[in-house]
Design a protein around this ligand. Structure first.
Ligand SMILES: *Cc1c(COP(=O)(O)O)cnc(C)c1O
Length: 355
């Protein structure tokens, strides 16, 4: 694949203070685009970052054929530039594409696009450990048409932007609120696809949680409203009496790559880990018995997000001693060491792209 590159004539100023970057607010100089029409992808190009124009009847705007991914580039071992398990993101994007009746991507083509784009904007990759260049591949339906059917034309684009480490000043365990009025997704729906509508649908519950002083929503299954599924936009794990329990991949939760990495690490450490339905009652009971040891979310952005408090109906429980648990800390430290080249990478998760 030959990518046509048009460099910007007005490079932006690269922020100097990595820790003040926040998340998702700053974008680099270039973006990758490619079009789908007549059943194939064409015109791969990198151009200056900026607005894209589209017909107001573009189908993505009306019927939600949109999918995306999130991954990171960072300075790792031997000062190389790395991506973390990028093929997993592409595989997942292709599964999301299938579910939404959108065209699949050639994984090698996307890897090439990621490499070219990230290397062109490599000065935008923060050098502070834990900070990274966040990468957002996205696909949208482009037919100008009002009526519900799969679009025939699509735009695939990749934008990037430098982000700070989530925990610039150490972990900040969060309080979470169990949604009782709303559900996120139901089996057979699109909960296991990374598609825009899932996030729009989550906002009302998120606002309820915020209003009551909680930072994230704990989602229960949509049918019995008993089994824990995810927290905010992360997968969630509970350590009860020595065993780590997380929801099984049965169609309503997003198959997180961090989730998969954490399960792999836990197994290698001989920590019992089980992917099974876990009810909120079992969690409340464990709390009563004093066996609820740790709770944490997993996702690319934060890697690990420890939970200190869970509200359910009129009850509020504290997790462990309200501080980050030793297992959450160990997982976080290990994943960070793998990514930033301070430790071994026994599973070959880091892909070097600068040589
Ligand atoms: C992206 C996402 C996750 C986490 O996936 P990672 O691959 O670990 O980043 C979990 N849940 C939802 C709803 C997500 O959108």
């Amino acid at each position: 694949m030959v990518i046509k590159i048009t460099r910007t004539e007005k490079p932006k100023e690269i922020p100097k203070d990595d820790l003040a970057l926040g998340f998702g607010k700053v974008f680099s100089d270039h973006m990758f685009l490619m079009d789908y029409e007549s059943l194939s992808w064409s015109n791969p190009r990198i151009i200056p970052y900026g607005p894209i124009s589209m017909d107001p009847a573009s189908m993505c705007l009306h019927y939600g054929q949109e999918i995306f991914e999130g991954l990171k580039a960072y300075h790792g071992k031997d000062d190389g530039i790395y991506l973390f398990r990028p093929r997993k993101n592409i595989e997942r994007m292709n599964r999301s594409a299938k579910r939404l009746m959108m065209p699949e991507l050639d994984p090698d083509m996307v890897i090439d696009a990621l490499k070219e784009l990230v290397l062109l904007d490599k000065d935008w990759i923060p050098t502070t450990e834990g900070c990274s260049l966040y990468i957002r591949p996205t696909m949208i339906a482009m037919d100008p048409f009002l009526g519900v059917r799969p679009s025939n034309t699509y735009l695939f684009f990749i934008i990037t932007g430098p982000v700070a480490a989530y925990y610039a000043e150490g972990f900040n365990p969060v309080s979470i609120y169990t949604a009782d009025k709303y559900v996120r997704a139901v089996r057979g729906g699109v909960g296991d696809a990374k598609t825009a509508g899932n996030y729009a649908a989550s906002l009302a519950a998120q606002m309820d949680a915020k209003k009551q002083g909680y930072s994230q929503v704990l989602w229960l299954d949509a049918i019995e409203r008993r089994y824990v599924e995810e927290v905010g936009t992360m997968n969630i794990m509970f350590k009860i009496a020595g065993e780590v329990i997380t929801a099984p991949l049965k169609g309503s939760i997003l198959p997180g790559i961090t989730r998969d990495s954490v399960i792999t690490l836990l197994k290698s450490w001989n920590v019992p880990v089980s992917e099974r339905p876990l009810s909120i009652d079992e969690i409340m009971e464990a709390s009563d018995k004093g066996t609820l040891e740790e709770v944490f979310g997993t996702g690319t952005a934060a890697i690990i997000s420890p939970v200190k408090e869970i509200a359910y109906k009129d009850k509020k429980i504290q997790v462990g001693d309200g501080k980050t648990g030793p297992l959450a800390q160990k997982i976080y430290d290990t994943l960070l060491a793998i990514q930033y080249g301070k430790g071994e990478d026994p599973y070959g998760w880091c892909m070097r792209i600068d040589k």
